[in-house]
Design a protein around this ligand. Structure first.
Ligand code: NDP
Length: 485
């Protein structure tokens, strides 16, 4: 069964059973058109309990628990194969739900498959350790799965964000219960269906759709969930960490950002300009790593910002399935309204709109959740618009005079997710990269992502790391075994 389109309410997956659940079904809306994608089943507290118990039982069964690493890896490779075969359909599905440009969705489908392959390779090759002996014994370190992992994800990039969590958690031997965002509910359902087709034992990857307030909180509170891997807003992340602390459940949190993007006067300014545009406006700015605070050295500030405003005004705002479009709609109407309110707030605080600042006038786009790419000048780093995450196509521009002052301002934020530096003076780039408090720093590039390097945040941008060789350790607990000789 395709598990899709045949029923009025889209069911979710527990074990090998598709169920519409006991919660109140909710509507999925296409943000590019305002049209309905369909009704989605919502998991109640009882449904979540059933999903977690199903996952726990499946994880404990020898067929998964004792599956040899190369066999587990083979299943992950088959999931990757099926994602690749179905990449176009998955891309369309994500585009309909979050309005992202189709070409970005296609790239993300490939990224999802890559995550499964990467963690398949780690699963098959990852060694246990023998530690130096300090006596007449053998000291071993093994890495055990947690058991049931809850994965909770946002709407901006489910194809990649969900894959990197699930692939790593499965490679580590866990079972997963995933709650996707209410705005992007069906990508995970489709991938879980493909995982069953790939031979993953039923119950190892379950998906419960529903709202954060009901389905999400029930999942976080479930006593049998031993690790919560969350990507989303910082406020939600803190609430989850507090709940998890009550029973010492582990958390991995990928949260918000307000990343500084720095252009020194000696940079290749044309390349920097491209990097700044891509860094903030790709995905219509709905990216945790978006470079949203632009610091430009004062001697080149005026000219650079002028060119940037011209280039921003020239970006083509249009439907996500139009190959000419560069800026797609925001992911929902409610989110577009939030972005608009934050731009109004910045104006009230004295910001000058240097580009955009409103919904597009184009009548063709009137039914979608569009907002023009926006640049705000005359702001100080302490202004609300420079301190709060907008998660939309909004860039603040600020001049700086010297390196020390720049670093102080760049770090003057609650967040610490990413940063970018453009300069041809490598020692300077190195100094700044070392001084910035962020999980990722790009030098003469921006938003360059790879599954092979760890990703996560300093400060309130989160705790723990995903991806990279050690990304699998996020989903494992070390166990020491000592043998007396
Ligand atoms: P939210 O924090 O609102 O939601 C994220 C997920 O958590 C959704 O599935 C949501 O459900 C669910 N949720 C909401 N409240 C609760 C709760 N109390 N308990 C359990 N689950 C809950 O974030 P958004 O979806 O709005 O995503 C945008 C945010 O994500 C931005 O702040 C962004 O910075 C961050 N993000 C971080 C990334 C990173 O890697 N650091 C990557 C991408 C985004 P529902 O959809 O029903 O509300």
């Amino acid at each position: 069964m395709h598990g899709d389109h045949t029923q009025a309410v889209r069911p979710f997956l527990i074990g090998s059973t598709w169920t519409t659940g006991q919660g109140q079904p909710f509507e999925s809306i296409n943000p590019a058109t305002g049209g309905r994608n369909g009704l989605i089943g919502a998991a109640s507290k009882a449904d979540v309990d059933f999903a977690v118990r199903t996952a726990k039982a499946a994880q404990a069964r020898p067929e998964w628990r004792q599956m040899l690493p190369h066999q587990r890896a083979a299943i992950l490779h088959r999931i990757a194969d099926l994602i690749e075969v179905n990449a176009e359909e998955l891309a369309d599905r994500q585009m309909r739900e979050n309005g992202k440009l189709r070409r970005e969705c296609v790239t993300q489908a490939a990224g999802g498959a890559a995550a499964y392959r990467y963690f398949a390779a780690i699963c098959e090759t990852m060694p246990s350790e023998i530690a130096p002996s300090r006596g007449d014994h053998l000291s071993m370190v093994l890495y055990e799965p947690y058991g049931v992992v809850a994965a909770i994800t946002p709407w901006n990039s489910p194809l990649t964000l969900e894959s990197q969590k699930v692939a790593a958690a499965l490679a580590a031997g866990n079972a997963v219960v995933l709650k996707p965002s209410e705005f992007t509910p069906t990508i995970a359902l489709r991938i879980a269906e493909l995982a069953l087709e790939a031979g993953l034992p039923p119950g190892i990857f379950n998906v419960v759709t529903g709202l954060g307030a009901e389905t999400g909180t029930a999942l976080v509170a479930h006593p049998d969930v031993r690790l919560i891997s969350f990507t989303g807003g910082t406020a939600t992340g803190k609430a989850i960490a507090r709940e998890a602390a009550g029973r010492m459940a582990a958390v991995a949190l990928e949260l918000g950002g307000k990343s500084p993007h720095i252009v020194f006067a000696d940079a290749d300014l044309d390349k920097a300009l491209e990097g700044v545009l891509h860094g903030v406006f790709s995905s219509t700015g709905q990216s945790c790593i978006a470079g949203t605070r632009l610091f430009v050295e004062r001697s080149v500030y005026e000219g650079f910002v002028q060119k940037l405003a011209t280039a921003t005004n020239a970006l083509r705002v249009g439907p996500p399935d139009d190959a000419q479009s560069q800026i797609a709609p925001l992911s929902s109407f409610i989110h577009r309204d939030k972005v608009e309110t934050m731009v109004d707030m910045a104006r009230e605080d004295g910001a000058t709109v240097l580009a955009g600042g409103s919904r597009p006038g184009d009548a063709r786009l009137a039914n979608g959740a569009y907002f023009l790419p926006t640049i705000l000048g005359n702001v100080s780093n302490s202004a609300r618009i420079c301190q709060q995450e907008v998660f939309g196509p909004v860039l603040c521009v600020l001049p700086f005079d010297n390196e020390a002052d720049l670093v102080a301002q760049a770090n003057d934020t609650l967040f610490g997710l990413a940063a970018g530096v453009w300069t041809q003076d490598f020692p300077k780039a190195w100094r700044v990269a070392r001084a910035i408090e962020a999980g990722t720093v790009w030098i003469n590039t921006y938003k360059t992502l790879s599954v092979s390097v760890p990703f996560g945040g300093f400060k309130e941008s989160g705790s723990g790391r995903e991806k990279g060789f050690f990304g699998i350790r996020t989903y494992q607990e070390p166990k020491t075994v000592m043998v007396g000789l």
